[in-house]
Design a protein around this ligand. Structure first.
Ligand code: ADP
Ligand code: MG
Length: 496
């Protein structure tokens, strides 16, 4: 077979050579007979032949008396010739056997039918995904822009266009700090710097509360004195890490720290309630049973929300207030209350069994301290203990409310708890003697027992004042009882 192939090959080369003129050309040559890989001849050639699966390639010259064909191309051998100097150096040549078999047309069509729609589908899918992503990016950027440039354009625009309720909109957008109740820190700062303080509405033990105006809306600004900076830190921390939006918890807007005349000013900005604190409200207002119940119920709802741990992404740790009193409860326009002042609060998470007491040197208000706090028997490592002290204080607040409720035309003046047993600014020892040693509790006016609702409230109060903290009612228990009482007030016939 090899001899046959070589024979045909030589014949082809010789035949081709005869058809060229006499002049000589220099050709690339890899035959053994060539010097310096070149030779001179009438034409240059390249040849290839296939033997036992191997391809042999040759280059060289053809003389004038060759009789071979130059342009043969068969399955197993092929030649090509040219007639300029070194023209065969880079000349390519293919054997038929080297040419890949063509894909049958039907298969090609089939592949096309599958591949084209698949590709189109992929491209459309990618475009859709891209546009969704772009949309999400756009929304993110818009929100970020809002938050980072609140001082400038967007928020201003929003404020001037929307008028009232801009803060509400801002706080309700799902763009708060993530887990906390407030706006992103930068926004908090910007809002704080845009507030105009209008009037001082209260002076507490540790600072002042002002009515401020932000873009036409009233806000409350509590300015902490430097000796109570820990309360500011604690309250800011809690509001910014815990989702505390609840109608019976004072709504947080922003916290800000500024340096003025080399002193630090700490601001806490919250919703403003023109009725002021429950303490203020009870001084000037008497209540009917319905409002009494509404106030009591809304406070316990706020307390339940604080006390309960909520699991999940929208969750919160359990929180005990530790300074519940009528001055730390505000009365909203709808006569529902909200609990304020979380500067002393402790947090607890059951899952991680983590108790966060904070490091505030401040203690609760002596008048409202539970017996176990006064005799220093409270189990400070146990979260339940703190909740139980809140219940003691809730009982006292309930007592303050009840005294201002008119029953058969009878009502008492406002007085703080234990007003008839301790001086106006009682010391720790004064309170301890009355509450622990003498085991006194506030006196409940007799005339209240002529009203079923108030009798039920008096019973709750007493169950908040058990000396053994673990036997006191829980906030949830009180809430359920008050709910029943409220519905009996709304539908008196059903209750019979
Ligand atoms: P305290 O130190 O007695 O707890 P605060 O410093 O918390 O008092 O508040 C002082 C007073 O300012 C309150 O008793 C109340 O009259 C008023 N006040 C506080 N917060 C607000 C608010 N968000 N809206 C309206 N008035 C408020
Ligand atoms: Mg306070």
């Amino acid at each position: 077979m090899l001899q046959g192939a070589i024979g045909s090959f030589l014949l082809a080369v010789l035949t081709f050579a005869q058809s060229f003129p006499e002049e000589k050309v220099t050709c690339a040559c890899d035959l053994e007979s060539c010097n310096n890989h070149t030779c001179q001849g009438k034409v240059c050639f390249v040849s290839k032949n296939l033997d036992s699966g191997k391809v042999f390639k040759k280059k060289g010259c053809l003389g004038k008396d060759t009789q071979l064909q130059c342009s043969s191309s068969e399955k197993e051998y092929a030649t090509r010739c040219c007639n300029s100097n070194m023209c065969n150096e880079n000349m390519n040549i293919f054997l038929e056997a080297e040419v890949q078999p063509e894909t049958p047309t039907s298969l090609k069509n089939l592949l096309l039918m599958i591949l084209v729609p698949l590709l189109a589908f992929l491209v459309i899918g990618m475009l859709l995904a891209l546009s969704c992503w772009k949309l999400a990016q756009h929304r993110r950027r818009r929100l970020l822009f809002q938050h980072n440039n609140l001082g400038d354009t967007d928020l201003m625009l929003k404020a001037s266009m929307a008028g009232d309720g801009v803060l509400e909109d801002l706080l309700n957008e799902d763009c708060t700090t993530g887990s906390g109740s407030g706006l992103p820190f930068l926004v908090q700062r910007t809002v704080a710097r845009q507030i105009a303080l209008v009037e001082c509405v209260g002076k507490g033990r540790y600072g002042e509360v002002w009515r401020g105006v932000w873009h036409g809306e009233n806000v409350a600004v509590k300015i902490f004195s430097s000796r109570d900076e820990q309360s500011w830190f604690r309250e800011t921390e809690i509001y910014n890490t815990v989702l505390l939006r609840h109608e019976n918890i004072l709504g947080f807007i922003a916290s800000d720290m500024t340096s003025r005349n080399s002193s630090t000013q700490l601001w806490l900005i919250t919703h403003y309630h023109e009725n002021g604190s429950l303490y203020d409200y009870l001084q000037r207002t008497v209540l009917d049973t319905e409002i009494c119940l509404r106030l009591a119920y809304s406070i316990i709802c706020g307390l339940v929300h604080l006390h309960v741990e909520i699991f999940g992404t929208q969750g919160k740790p359990a929180i005990a207030h530790r300074d519940l009193k009528s001055r730390n409860i505000l009365v909203k326009a709808n006569r529902q209350c909200c609990i304020a002042d979380l500067g002393l609060a402790v947090m607890h998470s059951q899952g991680s069994d983590y108790l966060d007491i904070g490091n505030n040197p401040r203690v609760g208000t002596k008048r409202y301290m539970a017996p176990e706090v006064l005799d220093e028997q409270i189990r400070t490592d146990c979260f339940e203990s703190y909740k139980q002290t809140d219940i003691w204080a809730y009982g006292l607040v309930l007592w303050e409310i009840i005294r201002r409720t008119v029953v058969n035309g009878l009502v008492e003046d406002y007085r703080p708890p234990f007003f008839d047993m301790v001086p106006s600014d009682p010391s720790f020892e004064d309170m301890k003697k009355v509450v622990c040693t003498d085991q006194q509790t506030p006196r409940i006016p007799n005339y209240l027992y002529s009203d079923l609702i108030l009798t039920a409230l008096a019973k709750i109060m007493k169950e908040c004042w058990y000396h053994n903290p673990s036997t006191r009612l829980t906030a949830l228990r009180i809430k359920k009882t008050l709910k029943k009482l409220s519905s009996s007030l709304e539908n008196p016939k059903q209750d019979c």
